[in-house]
Design a protein around this ligand. Structure first.
Ligand code: GLY
Length: 566
């Protein structure tokens, strides 16, 4: 009798909890800035941040939360959250260990260097950027399973929020509706079967997006493990769906995919220990090059976004991006002179010819001599135990290749465009490259993703990262300089207007809101400036250990991004 009573209470409470979870998916509002005392998750979507927060509150650690948040993003943020793409994770564990995990996509075995050139040898970027041939072999699912040994919960618990959101649906925001509508034509041209992302009428904010095929795919993964994606029914759907339409990913490509643990980029900047992503991301190297080039200048005295401080950063960025184009690629395939690129003497020499007040020139600044529409997304997490995780993940362009795997309901990446498809031909972010980043079977395409951690006295101080193609490292650099040099709070560090220079094109991109007077001063120095609507969508956590509510968690005001914590 007593047992029956408790059972009834249990069922009642569970139903209430389920109902609460469902109501949240139909009615929610983004939180931008929070100050909390124990733990925080910041991501591109409220429902994904909530999935991470609920795992933390159940006793999970930052790795549990990173896995739960990323799977939830694959449902609620289809433009970039993904299982059909790849990403990078950088983690600092409470025992002092750091790791970086590479689950970047790879070129399929049938890929070859000139696969995006026509008969006359011209680059056909439409092929590398959109549709079936643009897809690399996805790495996200393998990556999240590789991280699982560091988590406390089993995968079915971590995937439950994502599965529920896909199965029962959730309400989309105005921004997501506009974004889905802008991709509608591509979705309809490329996908012959009905897909969840296109309905009869245009989407509007407040509509419900239900993804039953994706729910079934996630359920297979949850039950069978990574082989629920890389083998069996899902793998067959990927191979058949792509190959029927000119794609080249095979069952073997999927079965052979491996995520890799790598030694992170580590360096000190003004007494802080910075940990970031190594190759195949250029992000950590660019971060170190730029910060080391400016470290012996009194940046604070130059003041935030004065013409002088912008110029200094622009000239350091110009030099780092010239090196990126010349030398960087997947170091498992090509020799990259990483050690030399990061030597202090090399970097000091490199910045020594910069002339304050006079614009540099990318024709003269070549690589040093040594003997993205952009959609990616970032998650920053800190747990109550002191573990910190920074994850950036991507489909490359918004909604990737815009190919939805028939029957499996997820969007494939268009990451092949991050290779240099022909020497000197810019990719969708305007970045150029050469042989180091040429296509080869099994090779990872060069990335700019820069998931980064900053430690102070060996404890997490900043967790940061952003989407934005080639603007990723420069946005991360500015967020760090804003806090470390200009002593800004986390919200200002993220939300103040940003700027960007990437060697080629030889242009300073400025975000709307950038001071017109400073822009004029830079033009007077000889720079060409171009305004862009937004640079980055940075998710940042800053820890102030002496305060009771010690965690500032900030979700970028440029999108639907959301910070949760307690
Ligand atoms: N797809 C953008 C990047 O990896 O840099």
């Amino acid at each position: 009798m007593r047992i029956k009573f408790y059972l009834i209470i249990f069922v009642f409470v569970s139903n209430c909890l389920l109902a609460t979870a469902q109501i949240t998916a139909y009615q929610y509002e983004a939180q931008k800035n929070i100050t909390v005392s124990r733990a925080a998750v910041v991501s591109a979507h409220t429902l994904a941040s909530q999935a991470g927060e609920s795992i933390l509150k159940k006793g999970g650690n930052a790795i549990d939360a990173a896995i739960a948040t990323q799977f939830a993003l694959a449902v609620v943020y289809p433009g970039a959250g993904n299982i059909g793409g790849g990403g990078f994770m950088v983690a600092h564990l409470k025992n002092g260990k750091d790791f970086s995990l590479d689950y970047r996509e790879t070129a399929p075995a049938a890929a070859f260097k000139d696969m995006y050139l026509d008969a006359a040898g011209n680059a056909v970027t439409a092929m590398s950027q959109w549709g079936y041939k643009a897809c690399g072999v996805p790495g996200t699912v393998a990556g999240l399973f590789a991280a699982l040994p560091y988590a406390k919960f089993k995968m079915p618990v971590l995937m439950a929020p994502a599965i529920q959101l896909a199965e029962k649906g959730f309400v989309i925001t105005k921004e997501e509706a506009a974004s889905l509508n802008s991709a509608r034509k591509d979705f309809m041209d490329l996908n012959k079967e009905p897909i969840a992302f296109v309905k009869k009428e245009l989407w509007k904010g407040g509509d419900t997006l239900i993804q039953p095929q994706l729910a079934a795919t996630l359920t297979r993964i949850s039950k069978l493990g990574a082989s629920g994606f890389y083998e069996g029914a899902t793998a067959l759907m990927i191979q058949n769906g792509l190959q029927k339409n000119g794609g080249i990913i095979s069952l073997d490509d999927l079965k052979n995919y491996k995520a890799k643990f790598r030694d992170p980029i580590r360096f000190n900047y003004r007494g802080y220990q910075i940990i970031s992503m190594p190759l195949p991301s250029s992000g950590g190297i660019i971060l170190q090059q730029v910060l080391k080039m400016i470290e012996n200048k009194d940046v604070q005295a130059l003041q935030f976004q004065s013409a002088a401080s912008v110029q200094l950063l622009v000239e350091a960025e110009r030099r780092a991006f010239a090196d990126r184009a010349q030398y960087m690629g997947d170091a498992d395939f090509v020799q990259v002179p990483v050690k030399q690129l990061l030597e202090d003497t090399y970097l000091q020499k490199r910045i020594s010819d910069y002339i304050p007040g006079k614009a540099g020139n990318s024709k003269e600044t070549e690589a040093g001599i040594i003997p993205e529409h952009e959609e990616t997304t970032h998650i920053s997490i800190l747990d109550a135990e002191g573990n910190a995780v920074s994850v950036t993940t991507t489909l490359n362009g918004s909604y990737g290749s815009r190919v939805v795997i028939a029957g499996a309901g997820f969007i494939m990446n268009n990451e092949m465009d991050d290779f240099s498809i022909k020497e000197g031909v810019p990719n969708m972010y305007g970045a150029v490259g050469n042989a180091a980043n040429a296509i080869a079977p099994g090779k990872r395409m060069l990335s700019s993703m820069t998931p980064t951690l900053v430690l102070k006295n060996k404890k997490p101080f900043i967790v940061v990262g952003t989407p934005g193609g080639t603007t990723i490292p420069t946005s991360v650099i500015q967020s760090l300089v804003n806090i470390i040099d200009f002593k800004m709070n986390a919200a200002d560090a993220v939300n103040k207007p940003k700027f960007h220079h990437q060697w080629l094109p030889d242009v300073i991109y400025i975000e709307k809101g950038f001071s017109p007077a400073v822009a004029d001063s830079l033009r007077n120095m000889g720079y060409t400036l171009q305004t862009r609507s937004a640079i980055g969508r940075t998710e940042l956590i800053k820890i102030n250990p002496t305060q009771k509510k010690k965690i500032e968690a900030v979700a970028d005001h440029r999108g639907d991004d959301d910070a949760r914590g307690y």
